[in-house]
Design a protein around this ligand. Structure first.
Ligand code: ATP
Length: 213
C-alpha cells in the first residue's frame, strides 16, 4: 500500500499542492490529472525524492509502513517511467535490461531473466541492437521492462504513453496493468488523457491548483 498523507508543495512561498492525500493498494493504479503546471510531476518527484530544490515539500509518504521521506532517494526502490524512455544510448538492448537487474543474482540467472523480460514484450530478436535502432514503441516497451527488472516496490508513471500512437498506447496500458497486477505493486499515473485514466485507474484525482481534487 502506498499512502500519501497531507502532501503539500510550495514554490516561491505559494502552494502548488495543498494537503493532498491518497491511498493506493497493491495491484492498483491511481490516476492524477490536471492542467499543465499544477504540480503533477512535482508530486511524483516528492514521492521519489527527486523534487527540484526550488520546490518545498511536506507531508507523509508511506510504502508498506515505511516512511519514504526518511529513506534516501536511491534506496526507495521505486520504478519511474517517463514520456522520454530512460535508456542508456551506448548500451545494447540486452545490456540495458541487465544493468537494471539486481546484482545479488548470478550472471547466468540475470541473463536468463533479461531474456525472459525481452521475450515478454516481443523484443527477443533485438537484444544486440542499440536503443536508437528501435522504434518508439519498442523503446517504450524496453523502458518498461528495464524499470520492472529492478523489482520496484511501486511504479510512478509520468505521462509514459504520450508520445505513442493509439494502438501502441493501448498495448502499453495493457503491459503496465499486467505488470502492476502480476507484481502486486501500487502505481501512480500522471496523464492528460482521460482514456488512460478510464482504462487503468481505480480512482482519478484532479489537481486544480492549491485547493486540489
Ligand atoms: N526546477 C524548478 N524550478 C522552478 N520552478 C519549477 C521547477 N520545476 C517545476 N517548476 C514549476 O513548478 C510548477 C509545477 O511543475 P510540474 O512540472 O510539477 O507541473 P505539471 O502539472 O507536471 O505540468 P505538465 O502537465 O505541463 O507536465 C510549474 O509552475 C513549474 O514551472
Amino acid at each position: 500500500m502506498l499512502t500519501l498523507s497531507n502532501v503539500s508543495l510550495t514554490l516561491n512561498n505559494e502552494y502548488l499542492i495543498k494537503d493532498f492525500s491518497a491511498e493506493i493498494s497493491a495491484g492498483k493504479v491511481l490516476a492524477v490529472m490536471g492542467p499543465s503546471g499544477v504540480g503533477k510531476s512535482s508530486l511524483l518527484a516528492y514521492v521519489s525524492g527527486t523534487l527540484a530544490p526550488e520546490i518545498q515539500g511536506s507531508g507523509s509518504v508511506t510504502l508498506d509502513h515505511t516512511e519514504l521521506t526518511q529513506v534516501a532517494t536511491e534506496q526507495r526502490r521505486l520504478g519511474l517511467l517517463q514520456q522520454a524512455p530512460l535508456l542508456f544510448p551506448h548500451l545494447s538492448v540486452m545490456e540495458n535490461v541487465l544493468f537494471a537487474i539486481p546484482r545479488e543474482v548470478s550472471k547466468s540467472l540475470r541473463r536468463e531473466q533479461a531474456k525472459a523480460a525481452l521475450a515478454s514484450v516481443g523484443l527477443e530478436q533485438h537484444e544486440n541492437k542499440l536503443p536508437e535502432q528501435l522504434s518508439g514503441g519498442q523503446q517504450a516497451r524496453l523502458a518498461l521492462i528495464r524499470t520492472l527488472s529492478a523489482k520496484p516496490q511501486a511504479l510512478l508513471l509520468d505521462e509514459p504513453f504520450s508520445k505513442l500512437d493509439k494502438a501502441l498506447r493501448q498495448d502499453m496500458r495493457e503491459l503496465v496493468m499486467k505488470a502492476v497486477c502480476t507484481h502486486q505493486i501500487p502505481a501512480i499515473l500522471v496523464t492528460h488523457d482521460e482514456d488512460d485514466a478510464r482504462a487503468m485507474a481505480f480512482q482519478t484525482c484532479y489537481l486544480s491548483g492549491a485547493s486540489n481534487t
